[in-house]
Write a protein that binds this ligand. Structure first.
Ligand code: SF4
Length: 478
């Protein structure tokens, strides 16, 4: 349903909408926003849940003459005015202040680079200019710093490679990815594997012709280890044949669902060059796992982690989600403590997000209130640094519970280059498989994109077109 937003004196609807959705995810029904640009300020008049609120933000004097820059300044003022009205309506300042973007680290990194500021100064700037909470400002600046460090090790022509396996044993209730339960889509898996091997061969040719160098490989999805050991062997061999991997790029495979992890599959991954693996409990509480339809237990996680340890040592990432239904701050703390006791190299703490495509949006609505989620994330920010982990990448999503964030934490020297480069948009990305988003990063930061077909059944027959699009993007053909 369209949001009731009236614009006066400007046409920056997207900025006003983005701000409303970010600060007031429940906005709708009788709620209404009037966003105006008048004289030297932006004004927001908000009717929200029966109350009337105002917010205003001054415009700089003079406005930049250059059109794009001027537009950015006006957008920022529109958002800032909506933010101030929303903060008045909520009676509190959202944790990320007036920031609305998915990649707050990029803003912080740009400030460090262009203004020559260090992490502390940048955090203070974020607090002052964007009203970020002290903790979020610190988190953002530290993640930005990790991104800048990773950037130093990337050269022009370096790329990262993503391989998508859009199948899982069953579909989790909160899932919004293109992932098919293998129970229902078994007959698609083999044709998918065949098509993927074909795409690897053609994309490998393109990479050689364009003179690109693969710096990181990441198998995600879905759950790649839903494939059988034989299918994993075949696809990983196809990848190694298609691409020049002798420079030992970072190589990560998600084995997110512990119910897909077997000794044989782990041996295949290790033998074929994977150096990192991800096992994702999401929660260590069986009641919570049952509520979100994971169909595995915490004991399965312990078993999978022990097996992974035999093949990957500590080079394991574990994901947890804050805000799941049936969870509590105390339960989340206990789960995180147990994960930390296992000693993985990386821990990624997500916030439950209510997304289109999830089977049970109602489930997310029954997720925990923002205060409880905030308590869980505060706990993560307390326990992880104390255990020797630092934030190395972060991103935000629309509709995440309480407006919070997802943060990757790593022990010193174990940050996943793929995650940093992807999130901070440090280099080009070539994506293989259904739903893959390929991005070519141009000098100056502009990004060109093309997309593979989203669903496995349409991807299987679409390779010639996908190949042509990638060649046009990287080689200028067509
Ligand atoms: S394991 Fe991940 S990709 Fe698979 S259904 Fe669950 S949330 Fe979706």
């Amino acid at each position: 349903m369209a949001l009731d937003i009236e614009l006066r004196g400007h046409e920056l609807r997207y900025a006003a909408e983005q701000a409303v959705m970010a600060f007031l995810p429940e906005f709708g029904g009788e709620d209404r926003l009037v966003s105006s640009l008048a004289g030297d300020r932006a004004l927001a008049s908000l009717r929200y849940q029966g109350g009337e609120y105002e917010g205003e933000a001054p415009l700089p004097e003079p406005l930049p003459a250059e059109a794009l820059l001027r537009k950015r300044v006006l957008q920022r003022a529109v958002k800032e005015s909506v933010f101030r009205a929303a903060a008045a309506a909520l009676g509190s300042v959202p944790p990320w202040g007036s920031l609305t973007g998915v990649r707050p680290g990029k803003l912080a990194a740009r400030h460090m680079e262009t203004a020559g500021r260090d992490a502390e100064e940048t955090a203070a700037w974020l607090e002052r200019e964007y009203s970020l909470s002290h903790r979020r400002a610190q988190l953002c600046a530290q993640a930005a710093l990790a991104g800048l460090r990773a950037k130093e090790h990337l050269a022009p022509g370096d790329i990262i490679l993503y391989v998508g396996i859009p199948f899982c044993p069953t579909r989790c209730a909160y899932c919004s990815f293109v992932s098919h339960s293998v129970e229902k889509s078994l007959k698609l898996v083999e044709p998918y594997v065949e098509a993927l091997c074909g795409e690897m061969a053609s994309t490998g040719r393109l990479v050689r012709e364009a003179g690109l160098r693969v710096r990181a490989v990441y198998w995600g999805g879905g759950t790649p280890t839903t494939l059988t050991a034989e299918q994993l062997r075949r696809t990983m061999d196809a990848l190694a044949e298609a691409f020049e991997l002798s420079g030992n790029p970072e190589y990560t495979v998600e084995a997110g669902r512990p119910d897909t992890v077997t000794r044989e599959k782990l041996e295949v991954l290790r033998e074929r060059g994977a150096g990192r693996i991800s096992i994702n409990p999401q929660s260590m509480d069986d009641r919570v796992l049952a509520a979100i339809g994971r169909r595995h237990t915490a004991e399965d996680v312990r078993r999978a982690y022990a097996l992974a340890g035999e093949h990957f040592g500590g080079q394991v990432n574990m994901d947890l989600i804050a805000g799941l239904p049936e969870d509590s701050p105390a339960g989340f703390r206990a789960g995180l403590e147990e994960v930390l006791a296992l000693g993985p190299a990386n821990v990624t703490v997500h916030t439950l997000t209510r997304k289109r495509g999830a089977d049970m949006n109602a489930l997310a609505l029954r997720g925990l209130p923002g205060e409880a989620v905030g308590e869980m994330l505060d706990c993560a920010m307390e326990l992880l640094p104390a255990a020797g982990y630092g934030p190395y990448y972060l991103y935000r999503q629309k509709f995440s519970a309480g407006g919070f964030e997802n943060v990757g934490w790593a022990r010193e020297g174990t940050a996943c280059l793929y995650n940093v480069a992807m999130m901070e948009e440090l280099c080009s990305v070539l994506s293989l498989g259904a739903g893959g988003a390929t991005k070519r990063l141009l000098p100056g930061g502009k990004i060109l994109r093309c997309f593979n077909k989203k669903y496995p059944y349409e991807y299987i027959g679409s390779l010639p077109a996908a190949e042509a699009e990638k060649r046009a993007l990287f080689l200028g053909e067509g």
